[in-house]
Write a new protein. Structure first.
Length: 296
């Protein structure tokens, strides 16, 4: 059985750990609120862009704009951009994203597609470097406050390659923020752009659309301006949702660690009290025994 001094030392150590995890939980909670606000602000804009593109979409426009052009058959080369965090202590958050990335890559390569892997976040980059997987690009400088400029820097080279025909598709693996305790990994295809409901509008527009009617030219101008914004916004949403999911996962992990430390402290204190009580009882017995020996 452990000695009282050793138990006191262990209790003090666990109490120090609990203070750290409690502080990290509070910091993650604060960051989660700001990150969640960015997610909420980005979603309506993304939906508005998708609605405009879907309303104007026709097969003729799809042939004019490379970002809308669907590949014939299976694509032969695709880019997969995976987003993880730079730091750990967030439970299974990063391992789930890495698992989803590996699943996506395996599925694409199973179709005969050559995959270029792009990493964002130190944890995922470190894993794939450890396994010997070459990365076409890597970013570790974005942190927990991604901006539209960051999304532009990531998305623009991929759009250029796609328009030049060097890529047939671009996929992004990120954590979709549902709530602080629900952050499922997800793979989203951002290129080619497939507007929601476009298949229902593929028969052409009643007003002439892009086939030469009076609204064809304005429609082309609008679609041409919105398409790059749509792709950049999709990348931005993936970044901010992953950051919000990371903070939610870290808050949950630190809360669980704090609760576990509290339970451990309670157990150690009960053990310490039992050991101390047994020690006092033994000392009393020795005193009584000594007194009796002196009498005899």
């Amino acid at each position: 059985m452990a000695r009282p001094r050793e138990l006191r030392r262990r209790i003090k150590s666990v109490e120090s750990t609990r203070k750290i995890t409690k502080t990290m939980e509070m910091v993650a909670t604060s960051k989660l609120k700001r990150a969640q606000d960015r997610v909420v602000a980005a979603r309506p804009y993304a939906q508005a862009l998708a609605d405009v593109i879907a309303d104007l979409y026709t097969p003729e426009l799809a042939e004019r704009f490379p970002l809308l052009r669907q590949p014939k058959g299976e694509g032969k080369r695709a880019a997969v951009v995976f987003i993880t965090s730079n730091r750990g202590l967030c439970g299974a958050f990063n391992s789930n994203l890495i698992r989803e990335t590996r699943r996506t890559v395996k599925e694409l390569e199973g179709r005969g597609t050559q995959v270029d892997l792009y990493g964002i976040g130190r944890k995922g980059i470190g894993f794939f470097k450890y396994t010997g997987r070459a990365l076409a690009g890597a970013r570790q400088d974005i942190g927990d406050r991604p901006t539209v400029a960051h999304a532009q820097e990531i998305a623009q080279p991929l759009m250029d390659q796609f328009e030049a025909g060097r890529l047939d598709a671009v996929h992004v693996v990120f954590a979709r923020f549902v709530s602080a305790v629900s952050t499922p990994p997800q793979t989203m295809q951002i290129l080619p752009v497939t507007p929601p409901g476009a298949d229902r509008r593929s028969g052409g527009r009643a007003d002439g659309g892009a086939t030469g009617g009076p609204s064809a030219h304005p429609a082309e101008e609008i679609v041409g301006a919105i398409l790059p914004l749509y792709v950049r916004n999709a990348m931005y949403r993936a970044l901010v949702e992953t950051v919000a999911s990371e903070q939610g996962a870290r808050r949950t992990a630190m809360k669980n660690a704090t609760d576990s430390a509290g339970d451990m402290i309670d157990t150690l204190r009960r053990t310490y009290n039992r050991v101390r009580q047994a020690q006092i009882t033994q000392e009393l017995a020795e005193i009584v025994g000594g007194a009796e020996a002196l009498k005899g």
